[in-house]
Design a protein around this ligand. Sequence first.
Ligand code: NAP
Length: 344
Amino acid sequence: MAVRVGVLGATGAVGQRLIQLLEPHPEFEIAALTASESSAGKTYEQAAKWRVNSPIPDDIAEMTVTATEPDAVPDDVDLLFSSLPSSVGAEVEPPFCEDGYVVSSNSSNSRMADDVPLIIPEVNADHLDLLEVQRDERGWDGALVKNPNCSTITFVPTLAALAEFGLETVHVATLQAVSGAGYDGVTSMEIIDNAIPYIGSEEDKLETESRKLLGEFDGASLSQDGVEVAASCNRIPTIDGHLENVWVETEEELTVEDAKTAMTEYPSIDLRSSPDQFIHVFDDPDRPQPRMDRTIGDGMAIAAGGLRESTFGLQYNCLAHNTIRGAAGASVLNGELLLENGYL
Ligand code: NAP
């Protein structure tokens, strides 16, 4: 029987992607949709300005959106996918967990908390058992799991593939799509014919989340990886797909061929939404490109290319679909991991 799930922040950019991915999902059944007080009480079709490239599913269009509070969500819902602004997530996610709900969240609040697993299943699925520590410490029947920021998800898999060479320093410059800022994020007057070399708090997320993701969990606590990461984040006028330029210095010698092999052979994971080939490596130096390559593996794969030697170690480019692999798809995958590991 399918697990009954809800979407918190269901009317937003990520919430719509979540509905698109969850509605046909055989393991999950959408049973609750929540948003702000101004949407509560409306049908989903009335509340959401639907912008995803497939129609609103009929049964979803007719569902009533509720307020985002535990009493408004049916008790037989086990799993909640959260795509709330982080200030709202910080306030409402803990009470849901206290009430017994398992929450798979996109929002940035609590991502760096010591007892909250921050997961990319293909990279650090073993960190999920940090939930035992979380439940002990917080006394929750439910649980809180996070996926990283969309720009972190784009480059960390490539680092995980290169970790066997001993990561020392990483420099990353991002070219991030406008959908990453949400529908009300940047206006057309700001972004058309332009690039904005600043995204609030983003650089810090790449620098800190990557060390947590690559860290080791010993069954009781999580240690951060020692790699030094410096990030520079830019918003550009693409719709979807974050492209990133990366320079990696390693302890051991790392040739271009070694790096290509390590990325190509880096394993995927046996979960429904994980792609068969996790990292696609292009030989063509002008790939990957957002418009052409963001939907590889149904938007769940990472693409890399332009691998070359540089003064600052190995240099390459990588790309991921920010609202699928970087957000909605990432939390659906974490939901599948929770199910697989008996947390639901
Ligand atoms: P968004 O389009 O602005 O959607 C926000 C959602 O939260 C809407 O459903 C909104 O409902 C609801 N909401 C707003 N204020 C609320 C309140 N006080 N109480 C309850 N619900 C409230 O944002 P988004 O782009 O989907 O992003 C959602 C979260 O995912 C953010 O934390 C963001 O940082 C994170 N994220 C986004 C991306 C991306 O690529 N977009 C990637 C990774 C992570 P109403 O419609 O009723 O206002």
